[in-house]
Write a protein that binds this ligand. Structure first.
Ligand SMILES: Nc1ncnc2c1ncn2[C@@H]1O[C@H](COP(=O)(O)OP(=O)(O)O)[C@@H](O)[C@H]1O
Ligand SMILES: [Mg+2]
Length: 253
């Protein structure tokens, strides 16, 4: 398989980007892929929690790399052992800082987006990654556009909610105009009162996208409350099978 960059994005927050990213990463790792996960949601980082990394464990973050205080590989944490990902698979996490000063710095001063390209390349080469997953900040800004533009595949996550429908249309249009090759829609938190096939058909027609995954609202995932990666904790749950299928679809596109 060729080396791939896959962005997970949503127009609005709280759609389930970080959970989707963490589960796709874990499943790819179990399939034997070497995976990197970068938390580019610098303004509201969170995916490290799912991976069980506390702020005290993070001595170097993506922020340090962007301020040129460390190499990006120094901010890469190998989570494979902790999550029982056997070789040849591996999952590395590059977290963003949760320190107030670091976040405020980014909001005030921004950062040189071109450094990210350099960092991503270095991660792929030095950690010998098959896949680099990018957990993005919601909405459209310079960094997001950049991540989308350099991706081989993009998963746009939305809820079946009218506020999400409109914004997702904007993201999809932008992704299409940037010529992103593998465009996937993930409808997450779908209530059991809706028929998944109907939802898939509706969004597929509305956005002219054939690759659609409809994930249910899941009480067990909600109850896990980000204290772990769902598909590793509940490997036999139907939602875990859906995460596996999504992981396959994203790397194969
Ligand atoms: N399919 C789902 N069913 C129920 N709760 C979910 C589901 N996906 C995500 N959540 C919950 O929604 C919240 C936001 O998820 P998260 O992955 O952090 O979203 P984002 O990264 O887009 O902000 C979390 O509390 C998470 O547990
Ligand atoms: Mg998130």
């Amino acid at each position: 398989m060729s080396r791939k960059i896959i962005s997970i994005h949503s127009f609005r927050g709280g759609t389930g980007k970080s959970n989707t990213t963490a589960n796709v990463a874990a499943q790819l790792g179990l399939m034997g892929q070497r995976v990197g996960v970068v938390d580019t949601d610098i303004q509201s980082p969170g995916i490290h929690v799912l991976f069980g990394l506390s702020s005290g464990d993070i001595s170097h973050s993506l922020n340090d790399f962007l301020w040129q205080r460390c190499e990006i590989t120094e901010a890469a944490y190998d989570t494979s052992l902790q999550h029982n990902i056997p070789e040849p698979g591996a999952v590395f996490l590059i977290p963003s800082s949760v320190e107030v000063d670091e976040i405020v710095n980014v909001l005030r001063e921004g950062y040189d987006v071109s450094l990210l390209t350099e960092g991503f390349k270095k991660l792929i080469n030095e950690l010998m990654l098959d896949v680099l997953l990018i957990d993005t900040h919601p909405g459209l800004n310079e960094e997001t556009l950049f991540s989308i533009a350099i991706s081989n595949a993009l998963a746009v996550v939305m809820r079946p909610d009218h506020q999400d429908y409109e914004g997702t249309g904007v993201t999809v249009e932008v992704a299409k105009s940037l010529g992103v090759p593998g465009l996937h829609l993930v409808v997450n938190k779908t209530p059991s009162t809706l028929n998944a096939d109907d939802v898939a058909e509706h969004v597929s027609d509305a956005y002219k996208i054939s690759d659609v995954t409809v994930l249910p609202h899941c009480d067990e995932l909600m109850t896990l409350a980000s204290e772990g990666i769902f598909s590793l904790r509940f490997p036999d749950h139907p939602l875990s099978a859906q995460y596996r299928a999504l992981a396959n679809a994203l790397v194969q596109s």
